[in-house]
Design a protein around this ligand. Structure first.
Ligand code: FES
Length: 109
């Protein structure tokens, strides 16, 4: 089961530093980008997070960002016809913290 693409653009929300939020990971909530309990009966659970700073943040609504709950631009691969449907799933390993590795451009990482 993959997350539903709730929208193909992020949503700007006003977060309060230190406050806990429950990000909808399943894509089924009617209260995007937050959980409204609609994941019941699926294998999904909301993703809790604590805002590190107050102010605007762009949260993922395509539900396929590798940096949930934040938008990482992955929504660009979904056109309007993908909205409201189950997506391809977050790429394997996408949720892991990227490990710096040396490249020709950045040989000293
Ligand atoms: S409604 Fe989507 S995670 Fe709860």
């Amino acid at each position: 089961m993959n997350p539903i693409v709730a929208n193909n653009k992020p949503v700007k929300v006003d977060l309060t530093a230190g406050k806990d939020y429950y990000f909808c990971a399943c894509g089924r909530s009617d209260n995007q980008p937050f959980c409204d309990g609609s994941h019941a009966g699926t294998e999904f659970k909301p993703k809790p997070f604590t805002a590190e700073k107050s102010g605007d943040a762009f949260l993922c609504q395509c539900k396929h960002s590798a940096n949930l709950p934040f938008c990482d631009g992955t929504h660009k691969k979904f056109d309007d016809s993908a909205v409201g449907k189950e997506g391809p799933g977050i790429e394997a390993g996408a949720n892991k913290i990227p490990v710096a590795s040396a490249t020709t451009e950045e040989p000293t990482v």
